[in-house]
Design a protein around this ligand. Structure first.
Ligand code: ZN
Length: 328
Protein backbone atom coordinates (compact mmCIF):
# COMPACT_ATOMS: atom_id res chain seq x y z
CA UNK A 1 0.00 0.00 0.00
CA UNK A 2 1.56 3.35 -1.02
CA UNK A 3 2.47 5.73 1.84
CA UNK A 4 1.73 9.48 2.24
CA UNK A 5 4.99 10.33 0.49
CA UNK A 6 3.76 8.57 -2.66
CA UNK A 7 0.56 10.67 -2.69
CA UNK A 8 2.52 13.88 -2.22
CA UNK A 9 4.66 13.02 -5.26
CA UNK A 10 1.61 12.21 -7.38
CA UNK A 11 -0.05 15.50 -6.39
CA UNK A 12 3.14 17.41 -7.18
CA UNK A 13 3.48 15.78 -10.62
CA UNK A 14 -0.15 16.55 -11.41
CA UNK A 15 0.36 20.18 -10.54
CA UNK A 16 3.45 20.40 -12.79
CA UNK A 17 1.70 18.76 -15.74
CA UNK A 18 -1.29 21.10 -15.35
CA UNK A 19 1.08 24.08 -15.37
CA UNK A 20 2.78 22.79 -18.53
CA UNK A 21 -0.53 22.20 -20.30
CA UNK A 22 -1.76 25.67 -19.36
CA UNK A 23 1.42 27.32 -20.60
CA UNK A 24 1.57 25.35 -23.85
CA UNK A 25 -0.87 27.51 -25.86
CA UNK A 26 1.06 30.61 -24.82
CA UNK A 27 4.32 29.06 -25.98
CA UNK A 28 2.77 27.95 -29.27
CA UNK A 29 1.24 31.39 -29.77
CA UNK A 30 4.55 33.12 -29.11
CA UNK A 31 6.25 30.82 -31.61
CA UNK A 32 3.62 31.68 -34.20
CA UNK A 33 3.82 35.46 -33.82
CA UNK A 34 4.87 37.18 -37.03
CA UNK A 35 7.38 39.97 -36.71
CA UNK A 36 7.20 42.84 -39.19
CA UNK A 37 10.16 45.21 -39.25
CA UNK A 38 9.52 48.66 -40.73
CA UNK A 39 12.43 50.91 -41.64
CA UNK A 40 11.17 54.49 -41.68
CA UNK A 41 13.55 56.81 -43.51
CA UNK A 42 14.94 60.17 -42.51
CA UNK A 43 12.81 63.30 -43.02
CA UNK A 44 12.61 64.67 -46.56
CA UNK A 45 10.33 66.89 -48.66
CA UNK A 46 7.78 69.34 -47.26
CA UNK A 47 5.17 68.80 -44.55
CA UNK A 48 2.73 65.97 -45.26
CA UNK A 49 4.97 64.54 -47.98
CA UNK A 50 7.18 61.48 -47.61
CA UNK A 51 6.23 61.24 -43.93
CA UNK A 52 8.15 58.00 -43.41
CA UNK A 53 8.09 58.08 -39.61
CA UNK A 54 4.46 59.14 -39.21
CA UNK A 55 3.30 56.65 -41.83
CA UNK A 56 5.19 53.71 -40.32
CA UNK A 57 3.96 54.53 -36.81
CA UNK A 58 0.42 54.65 -38.18
CA UNK A 59 0.83 51.13 -39.64
CA UNK A 60 2.14 49.97 -36.28
CA UNK A 61 -0.90 51.36 -34.47
CA UNK A 62 -3.29 49.91 -37.06
CA UNK A 63 -1.77 46.44 -36.78
CA UNK A 64 -1.67 46.45 -32.98
CA UNK A 65 -5.14 44.90 -32.86
CA UNK A 66 -4.22 42.03 -35.19
CA UNK A 67 -3.48 38.92 -33.09
CA UNK A 68 -0.08 37.24 -33.27
CA UNK A 69 1.58 40.10 -35.11
CA UNK A 70 4.36 42.28 -33.78
CA UNK A 71 5.45 45.44 -35.60
CA UNK A 72 8.83 47.01 -34.93
CA UNK A 73 9.46 50.51 -36.32
CA UNK A 74 13.01 51.79 -36.69
CA UNK A 75 12.72 55.54 -37.18
CA UNK A 76 15.03 57.88 -39.10
CA UNK A 77 16.81 55.32 -41.21
CA UNK A 78 18.80 52.14 -40.81
CA UNK A 79 18.53 50.67 -37.30
CA UNK A 80 21.43 51.26 -34.95
CA UNK A 81 20.52 48.53 -32.44
CA UNK A 82 22.25 45.14 -32.37
CA UNK A 83 20.56 42.35 -34.37
CA UNK A 84 17.71 44.52 -35.66
CA UNK A 85 16.30 41.75 -37.86
CA UNK A 86 16.41 38.88 -35.39
CA UNK A 87 13.26 36.82 -35.83
CA UNK A 88 11.94 39.10 -38.59
CA UNK A 89 9.31 37.63 -40.91
CA UNK A 90 9.41 40.67 -43.17
CA UNK A 91 11.36 43.89 -43.71
CA UNK A 92 9.73 46.95 -45.27
CA UNK A 93 11.39 50.15 -46.48
CA UNK A 94 9.46 53.43 -46.41
CA UNK A 95 12.48 55.60 -47.07
CA UNK A 96 14.23 57.99 -49.43
CA UNK A 97 15.38 55.93 -52.40
CA UNK A 98 17.65 56.14 -55.42
CA UNK A 99 21.34 56.55 -54.63
CA UNK A 100 20.44 57.45 -51.02
CA UNK A 101 18.48 54.23 -50.40
CA UNK A 102 19.13 52.82 -46.93
CA UNK A 103 19.29 49.25 -48.28
CA UNK A 104 22.28 49.81 -50.55
CA UNK A 105 24.72 51.52 -48.19
CA UNK A 106 27.75 49.71 -46.74
CA UNK A 107 27.25 45.91 -46.91
CA UNK A 108 23.51 46.03 -46.24
CA UNK A 109 22.51 44.29 -49.48
CA UNK A 110 24.51 41.22 -48.38
CA UNK A 111 22.96 41.37 -44.92
CA UNK A 112 19.51 41.51 -46.49
CA UNK A 113 20.33 38.82 -49.04
CA UNK A 114 21.06 36.32 -46.26
CA UNK A 115 17.61 37.03 -44.81
CA UNK A 116 15.88 36.84 -48.19
CA UNK A 117 17.48 33.43 -48.80
CA UNK A 118 15.78 32.27 -45.61
CA UNK A 119 12.42 33.40 -47.07
CA UNK A 120 11.95 36.64 -45.12
CA UNK A 121 9.36 38.92 -46.78
CA UNK A 122 10.37 42.19 -48.41
CA UNK A 123 8.38 45.33 -49.09
CA UNK A 124 8.93 48.89 -50.24
CA UNK A 125 6.71 51.95 -50.25
CA UNK A 126 6.90 55.04 -52.48
CA UNK A 127 10.49 56.30 -52.99
CA UNK A 128 11.63 53.11 -51.25
CA UNK A 129 10.87 51.18 -54.47
CA UNK A 130 13.70 52.98 -56.30
CA UNK A 131 17.30 51.81 -56.26
CA UNK A 132 20.01 52.31 -58.90
CA UNK A 133 19.96 49.60 -61.56
CA UNK A 134 23.62 48.78 -60.95
CA UNK A 135 23.36 48.88 -57.16
CA UNK A 136 20.39 47.01 -55.75
CA UNK A 137 18.31 46.72 -58.94
CA UNK A 138 18.94 42.98 -59.39
CA UNK A 139 18.34 42.34 -55.68
CA UNK A 140 15.07 44.28 -55.54
CA UNK A 141 13.89 42.45 -58.66
CA UNK A 142 14.66 39.12 -56.96
CA UNK A 143 13.17 40.07 -53.59
CA UNK A 144 9.99 41.92 -54.56
CA UNK A 145 9.51 41.20 -58.27
CA UNK A 146 9.84 44.77 -59.51
CA UNK A 147 11.40 48.15 -58.74
CA UNK A 148 11.66 51.70 -60.06
CA UNK A 149 14.35 51.71 -62.73
CA UNK A 150 15.44 55.14 -63.90
CA UNK A 151 14.97 55.90 -67.63
CA UNK A 152 12.28 53.19 -67.65
CA UNK A 153 9.86 54.04 -64.79
CA UNK A 154 8.23 57.46 -64.21
CA UNK A 155 6.95 59.52 -61.25
CA UNK A 156 4.11 61.86 -62.27
CA UNK A 157 1.29 62.99 -59.96
CA UNK A 158 -2.09 61.82 -61.23
CA UNK A 159 -5.57 60.63 -60.29
CA UNK A 160 -5.42 56.86 -60.46
CA UNK A 161 -8.81 55.21 -60.92
CA UNK A 162 -8.66 51.69 -59.59
CA UNK A 163 -11.83 50.33 -61.15
CA UNK A 164 -11.12 46.61 -60.99
CA UNK A 165 -9.70 45.14 -57.81
CA UNK A 166 -8.27 41.64 -58.35
CA UNK A 167 -8.89 38.82 -55.91
CA UNK A 168 -5.91 38.30 -53.60
CA UNK A 169 -5.42 38.21 -49.82
CA UNK A 170 -3.98 41.75 -50.10
CA UNK A 171 -7.21 43.11 -51.61
CA UNK A 172 -9.54 41.67 -48.94
CA UNK A 173 -12.08 44.37 -48.09
CA UNK A 174 -10.69 46.79 -50.70
CA UNK A 175 -13.29 48.50 -52.92
CA UNK A 176 -12.64 50.36 -56.20
CA UNK A 177 -11.34 53.86 -55.48
CA UNK A 178 -9.75 56.92 -57.09
CA UNK A 179 -6.98 58.95 -55.51
CA UNK A 180 -4.33 61.48 -56.49
CA UNK A 181 -0.76 60.65 -55.62
CA UNK A 182 2.68 60.58 -57.12
CA UNK A 183 1.94 57.11 -58.46
CA UNK A 184 5.16 55.86 -59.99
CA UNK A 185 4.51 53.37 -62.77
CA UNK A 186 6.08 51.31 -65.55
CA UNK A 187 8.23 49.53 -63.00
CA UNK A 188 10.93 47.14 -64.10
CA UNK A 189 9.24 43.81 -63.38
CA UNK A 190 10.38 40.19 -63.59
CA UNK A 191 10.50 39.02 -67.24
CA UNK A 192 7.00 37.91 -68.28
CA UNK A 193 5.70 39.06 -64.85
CA UNK A 194 6.74 35.64 -63.52
CA UNK A 195 5.65 35.40 -59.88
CA UNK A 196 4.21 38.95 -59.96
CA UNK A 197 0.51 39.65 -59.28
CA UNK A 198 -0.67 43.20 -59.99
CA UNK A 199 -2.70 44.50 -57.03
CA UNK A 200 -3.55 48.09 -58.04
CA UNK A 201 -3.66 49.00 -61.72
CA UNK A 202 -5.04 51.98 -63.61
CA UNK A 203 -4.77 53.55 -67.04
CA UNK A 204 -2.43 56.53 -66.83
CA UNK A 205 -3.87 59.67 -68.49
CA UNK A 206 -1.96 61.40 -71.29
CA UNK A 207 -1.14 64.21 -68.83
CA UNK A 208 1.34 61.86 -67.11
CA UNK A 209 3.50 62.07 -70.21
CA UNK A 210 3.62 65.87 -70.59
CA UNK A 211 7.19 66.13 -69.28
CA UNK A 212 10.22 65.50 -71.44
CA UNK A 213 12.37 62.39 -71.38
CA UNK A 214 14.60 61.94 -68.33
CA UNK A 215 15.58 59.62 -65.52
CA UNK A 216 12.15 59.91 -63.82
CA UNK A 217 9.99 61.87 -66.25
CA UNK A 218 9.64 59.94 -69.52
CA UNK A 219 11.17 57.59 -72.06
CA UNK A 220 10.05 56.04 -75.38
CA UNK A 221 8.95 52.74 -73.81
CA UNK A 222 6.62 54.28 -71.23
CA UNK A 223 5.17 56.69 -73.80
CA UNK A 224 4.26 53.76 -76.02
CA UNK A 225 2.67 51.92 -73.09
CA UNK A 226 0.55 54.93 -72.04
CA UNK A 227 -0.47 55.67 -75.65
CA UNK A 228 -1.63 52.05 -75.99
CA UNK A 229 -3.81 52.47 -72.88
CA UNK A 230 -2.06 49.64 -71.04
CA UNK A 231 -2.98 49.24 -67.37
CA UNK A 232 -0.17 50.56 -65.21
CA UNK A 233 0.59 48.59 -62.06
CA UNK A 234 1.33 50.74 -59.04
CA UNK A 235 1.11 48.05 -56.37
CA UNK A 236 2.00 44.40 -56.76
CA UNK A 237 2.63 41.16 -54.89
CA UNK A 238 5.47 38.79 -55.60
CA UNK A 239 6.19 35.17 -54.79
CA UNK A 240 9.83 34.19 -55.01
CA UNK A 241 10.86 30.72 -56.16
CA UNK A 242 12.00 30.01 -52.56
CA UNK A 243 8.55 30.85 -51.16
CA UNK A 244 9.53 34.28 -49.83
CA UNK A 245 7.05 37.06 -50.57
CA UNK A 246 7.42 40.64 -51.71
CA UNK A 247 5.25 43.72 -52.14
CA UNK A 248 5.73 47.08 -53.82
CA UNK A 249 3.48 50.15 -53.43
CA UNK A 250 4.40 53.28 -55.34
CA UNK A 251 1.98 55.81 -53.81
CA UNK A 252 2.20 57.59 -50.43
CA UNK A 253 3.91 60.79 -51.50
CA UNK A 254 0.84 62.40 -49.89
CA UNK A 255 0.64 61.53 -46.21
CA UNK A 256 -3.06 62.47 -46.05
CA UNK A 257 -3.84 59.61 -48.39
CA UNK A 258 -3.54 57.28 -45.39
CA UNK A 259 -6.91 58.78 -44.46
CA UNK A 260 -8.46 56.83 -47.37
CA UNK A 261 -9.57 53.41 -46.03
CA UNK A 262 -8.93 51.54 -49.30
CA UNK A 263 -5.48 53.03 -49.84
CA UNK A 264 -4.58 52.21 -46.24
CA UNK A 265 -6.04 48.72 -46.30
CA UNK A 266 -3.99 47.61 -49.30
CA UNK A 267 -0.75 48.37 -47.47
CA UNK A 268 -1.85 46.99 -44.08
CA UNK A 269 -3.05 43.75 -45.69
CA UNK A 270 0.19 43.53 -47.67
CA UNK A 271 2.32 43.87 -44.53
CA UNK A 272 0.55 40.80 -43.15
CA UNK A 273 0.71 38.85 -46.40
CA UNK A 274 4.45 39.24 -46.97
CA UNK A 275 4.96 38.08 -43.37
CA UNK A 276 2.80 34.99 -44.01
CA UNK A 277 0.28 36.13 -41.41
CA UNK A 278 -3.41 35.54 -42.13
CA UNK A 279 -5.15 38.56 -43.65
CA UNK A 280 -8.59 39.01 -41.99
CA UNK A 281 -11.57 38.26 -44.24
CA UNK A 282 -12.55 41.93 -44.62
CA UNK A 283 -8.95 43.12 -44.53
CA UNK A 284 -7.34 45.09 -41.70
CA UNK A 285 -9.80 47.59 -40.24
CA UNK A 286 -8.40 50.70 -38.62
CA UNK A 287 -10.05 54.01 -37.82
CA UNK A 288 -7.90 57.00 -38.73
CA UNK A 289 -9.07 60.55 -37.96
CA UNK A 290 -7.71 63.84 -39.32
CA UNK A 291 -6.02 64.32 -35.95
CA UNK A 292 -4.36 60.90 -36.22
CA UNK A 293 -2.89 61.98 -39.56
CA UNK A 294 -1.19 64.89 -37.85
CA UNK A 295 0.64 62.72 -35.32
CA UNK A 296 4.39 62.07 -35.47
CA UNK A 297 5.02 64.37 -38.46
CA UNK A 298 8.67 65.14 -39.10
CA UNK A 299 9.90 68.60 -38.07
CA UNK A 300 10.31 70.37 -41.39
CA UNK A 301 11.90 73.80 -41.29
CA UNK A 302 9.51 74.87 -38.56
CA UNK A 303 6.57 74.41 -40.90
CA UNK A 304 3.75 72.52 -39.32
CA UNK A 305 0.30 72.43 -40.86
CA UNK A 306 -2.54 73.18 -38.48
CA UNK A 307 -5.44 70.75 -38.20
CA UNK A 308 -8.30 72.11 -40.22
CA UNK A 309 -10.65 70.43 -42.63
CA UNK A 310 -9.18 67.70 -44.80
CA UNK A 311 -9.89 69.70 -47.97
CA UNK A 312 -7.93 72.67 -46.58
CA UNK A 313 -5.06 70.35 -45.79
CA UNK A 314 -5.10 68.98 -49.30
CA UNK A 315 -4.91 72.50 -50.75
CA UNK A 316 -2.01 73.31 -48.47
CA UNK A 317 -0.28 70.10 -49.48
CA UNK A 318 -0.55 70.97 -53.16
CA UNK A 319 0.82 74.46 -52.60
CA UNK A 320 3.80 73.08 -50.74
CA UNK A 321 4.66 70.51 -53.38
CA UNK A 322 8.39 70.06 -53.79
CA UNK A 323 9.79 67.98 -56.61
CA UNK A 324 10.92 64.55 -55.38
CA UNK A 325 13.90 64.74 -57.66
CA UNK A 326 15.01 68.10 -56.28
CA UNK A 327 18.53 68.13 -55.00
CA UNK A 328 19.45 64.81 -56.52
ZN1 ZN B 1 7.19 61.53 -53.61
Amino acid sequence: MPGPFYYRIVKYLRRISTAILCALPLVLQAADTKKIVLIAGKPSHGPLQHEHNAGSLLFQRCLASVPNVEVIVYQNGWPTVANPFEGADSIVFFVTGGKAHEAIKENRLSELRALMEKGVGFGAIHYGVEVPKENGGAEFLDWMGGYFETHWSVNPHWDAEFKLIPEHPITRGVKPFTINDEWYFHMRFQPGMKGVTPILSARAPASTMKRGDGAHSGNPAVRESVAAGAPQHVAWAYERPNGGRGFGFTGAHNHLNWGNPNFRKVVLNALLWISKAEVPQGGVDCDVTDEDLMLNLDPKKGQRPRVRSRSDLRKQQQQQFISPTLGK
